[in-house]
Design a protein. Structure first.
Length: 232
C-alpha cells in the first residue's frame, strides 16, 4: 500500500470515527504496512487483521477496539499506544516496544511477546494473568506426546519451575512419569536420548527462565490428553 493510499484510508476512517457522512471504517486486513509511519493516528476499531506492521511506528496511535489478530508487529514501536479492547490474538509482537501502552481488556491469547518491552504498560500484568493457565505453586497433572504417538501422563511437582507463554503448550523443569500409553517407554520426539518410564523423574538439560520462549528449555506438555494427542 502506498503512502497516498494509506493517507486516503485514514482520512475516510477519521470521518467514520466522527460520524460524518462518507466515512467508512478502515479495512486494512492483510495490508503491507511494513515500516509505515502511523504515529498518533486514529485507528480505533479498524480491521488490521493479518496486516504486516513490522518495524512500523505506532507511537501514541489509538488502536482501541482494533482487530490486530494474527498481525505481524515484529519490532513495531507501540509505545504509548492505546490498545484497550484490541484483539491481538496470535499477533506477532516479537521485540515490539509496548512501553506505556494501554492494554486494558486487550486479547493477547496466543500472541508472541518474546523480547517485547512491557515497561510501564497499563494493565499488562492483569491481561497476562487472565491468559495464565498454570498455577504458580502446587502439583500439575499433564500429558506429553512422544514418538509414534505414544502418550505420557505426568505430574509436575511442587518444587518444579513451570511456564507457558500465551498459548496452550507448557514447560516444566522436571516431571514424574505416571503412565505411558502405547508402549513400554516414551521416547522424545526431539531427543531420542530423553525417555519416559513409569515412576521415573525426567529433568530437562537446561531450563529457560523466559516465559515468552514457548519452545525454550524444559519438558513440554499440555494440560489435557486431547491436546497432546493432536499435537504435531
Amino acid at each position: 500500500m502506498t503512502k497516498d493510499e494509506l493517507k486516503q484510508v485514514l482520512a475516510v476512517h477519521a470521518k467514520w470515527v466522527r460520524g460524518e457522512v462518507g466515512g467508512v471504517q478502515a479495512n486494512l486486513s492483510g495490508a503491507d504496512l511494513r515500516s509505515a509511519d502511523l504515529r498518533s493516528a486514529d485507528l480505533r476499531s479498524a480491521d488490521l487483521s493479518g496486516a504486516n506492521l513490522s518495524i512500523a511506528s505506532l507511537y501514541g496511535t489509538n488502536l482501541s477496539g482494533a482487530n490486530l489478530s494474527i498481525a505481524s508487529l515484529y519490532g513495531a514501536d507501540l509505545s504509548g499506544a492505546n490498545l484497550s479492547g484490541a484483539n491481538l490474538r496470535s499477533a506477532d509482537l516479537y521485540g515490539a516496544n509496548l512501553s506505556g501502552a494501554n492494554l486494558r481488556s486487550a486479547n493477547l491469547s496466543g500472541a508472541n511477546l518474546y523480547g517485547a518491552n512491557l515497561k510501564d504498560t497499563r494493565d499488562a500484568q492483569y491481561v497476562l494473568a487472565q491468559s495464565s493457565i498454570l498455577p504458580e505453586t502446587g502439583p500439575i497433572w499433564g500429558w506429553k506426546k512422544c514418538q509414534n504417538g505414544v502418550l505420557v501422563k505426568l505430574v509436575v511437582g511442587n518444587t518444579a519451575k513451570r511456564s507457558h507463554a500465551t498459548g496452550r503448550k507448557c514447560r516444566a523443569e522436571h516431571v514424574k512419569v505416571l503412565e505411558v500409553i502405547g508402549a513400554g517407554v516414551g521416547i522424545s520426539v526431539y531427543d531420542p536420548n530423553v525417555q519416559y518410564r513409569v515412576g521415573q523423574i525426567v529433568r530437562c538439560d537446561k531450563w529457560n527462565e523466559d516465559r515468552w520462549t514457548e519452545c525454550g528449555g524444559g519438558i513440554h506438555f499440555f494440560l489435557t490428553r486431547i491436546e497432546a494427542e493432536r499435537y504435531s
